[in-house]
Design a protein. Structure first.
Length: 133
């Protein structure tokens, strides 16, 4: 896995429809071909990430599969797809947290994020909290 500054994310302009700040994390899988297919996974962030957030991003990278450009286009255009992908990623993130109190705090923050401007206000807080349980 590679790490690069947020400003180097190739789709930064496309994602500018969402509020981006120094805490925003992006990821991208690039498919390379030599004698076999291999993936170059990159996290774009301006600070070191805790393990649970890395698990969240790894879920996105896995879900991008062999066609990350199409995944990103669909993520940006389709609210239901974006919500479904984020629910999966947040669940992976939550499952990686062993401490019950910390997991609950992260669940509340995740529900706030999902219901907020960062993800396009695609769900209510109560619905997000329910989906993350």
């Amino acid at each position: 896995m590679m790490y690069k500054p947020q400003k180097e994310f190739p789709y930064l302009q496309e994602f500018s429809k969402f509020p981006i700040d120094e805490n925003t994390v992006f990821c991208l899988r690039r498919v390379a071909y030599a004698d076999e297919v291999y993936f170059i996974d990159t996290i774009y962030a301006d600070k070191e990430l805790p393990q649970d957030i890395l698990e969240h991003e790894k879920t996105h990278l896995k879900r991008m599969g062999n066609n990350p450009d199409e995944w990103i286009k669909k993520y940006l255009a389709d609210n239901k797809f974006r919500l479904d992908e984020e629910i999966l990623a947040f669940k992976s993130q939550l499952n990686s947290i062993k401490d019950r109190n910390e997991r609950n705090e992260v669940r509340i923050k995740a529900a706030q994020s999902l219901s907020g401007k960062l993800y396009g206000e695609i769900i209510t807080y109560a619905e997000a909290l329910k989906k993350l349980c």
